[in-house]
Write a protein that binds this ligand. Structure first.
Ligand code: DQA
Length: 155
């Protein structure tokens, strides 16, 4: 019996959380010259296909509220997620609470941005979450999410 339970535990698919912050629900129509023409649903569809091939489960969410992102980071950790892909939007540049949340959990978090914030306005040059992220992928548009998933699948 114990062997069967262990086998089931080992075969349980690992989950990757993909958390998106403020204004990312507007992707596709929001400044397409900066963020591209893909909607978040387009990105989600490709990530789901990729996750399927990698034998991973994926949980994709978006919120305009900082506290939701914090709760979901805690949830990812409590659930034993394999990793988190986080595009925190503008909270990247302002949120000590997100920094604290990432620092408080053990699940690796990959920071993703569609644009390259370093090549944009000065106020985007500082990321408060970069020091506590496992790594950062930015400037590759929607492809960045797929690169992040590929990286997490190799953890
Ligand atoms: C962003 C970059 C942030 O500076 C900005 O506030 C966003 C999107 C990106 O994906 O390029 O909302 O995170």
């Amino acid at each position: 019996m114990r062997d069967i339970i262990l086998a089931e535990e080992n075969s349980a698919k690992k989950t990757v959380f993909v958390l998106n912050g403020p204004n990312l629900n507007l992707l596709g129509m929001r400044e397409p010259e900066i963020y591209g023409s893909d909607t978040l649903d387009d990105i989600a569809g490709r990530l789901e296909d990729q996750a399927h091939k990698l034998d991973l489960d994926i949980d994709i969410r978006q919120s305009n509220h900082e506290g939701h992102l914090i709760d979901w980071l805690h949830e990812a950790s409590a659930d034993g997620a394999l990793g988190v892909i986080l595009n925190a939007g503008a909270f990247t540049h302002t949120s000590i609470a997100l920094y604290d949340a990432i620092k408080a959990i053990t699940v690796p978090v990959i920071e993703v941005h569609l644009s390259n914030p370093a090549a944009r306005e000065e106020f985007r040059h500082k990321s408060l979450i970069a020091p506590v992220a496992k790594g950062t992928i930015c400037g590759f548009g929607a492809l960045g999410y797929q690169l992040a998933l590929d990286a997490i699948s190799q953890f």
